[in-house]
Design a protein around this ligand. Structure first.
Ligand code: DQA
Length: 145
């Protein structure tokens, strides 16, 4: 199986960026841990600080992979384009946020992406990504009757 993990803007700075909120582990380091956890799964990881590049990756792989784990960073709260891209492709998606966005500023409480995802995991740190992968690996699309 193949899972696409997408991280949006500023998430390349994980480990260095506001460690009190986001922890001190880099995503590349964490990726090695989840690769070891799911040895039979092909994890495709993509990070970009550019909205259009995130769209391009969703378009490129979103019809082929078995699931998308997406943390769109601040674009979560602004991007109708990313929401439309998730609607356009066939792979089921789970939205992840490392921090508990609901315990933070009110502008982080709304997500354009949540309605396009199967579900949302917030505030569980990096563990949210592995929980999302686990869910997507077991996901069964609703039967067409
Ligand atoms: C974030 C939460 C967003 O509000 C913020 O803009 C981020 C990271 C999180 O993972 O907690 O960049 O998506």
């Amino acid at each position: 199986k193949q899972i696409l993990i997408i991280n949006g803007p500023n998430l390349n700075l994980l480990g260095k960026r506001e460690p009190g909120i986001y922890g001190n582990r880099s995503f590349v380091d964490y990726l090695q841990t989840i690769e070891a956890m799911f040895p039979d799964v092909q994890l495709r990881y993509f990070q970009s600080n550019h909205e259009g590049e995130l769209l391009d990756k969703i378009h490129e792989l979103g019809f082929d992979v078995d699931g998308i784990v997406i943390n769109a960073g601040a674009y979560t709260h602004t991007s109708i384009a990313i929401a439309d891209a998730l609607s356009a492709v066939t792979a089921p998606a789970v939205e992840v946020h490392i921090s508990n966005v609901h315990a933070r500023e009110s502008f982080r409480h709304h997500s354009y992406l949540s309605a396009k995802c199967q579900g949302v995991i917030v505030g569980l740190g990096l563990t949210g990504y592995e929980l999302a992968i686990r869910y997507l690996l077991n996901y069964q699309p609703p039967a067409i009757t």
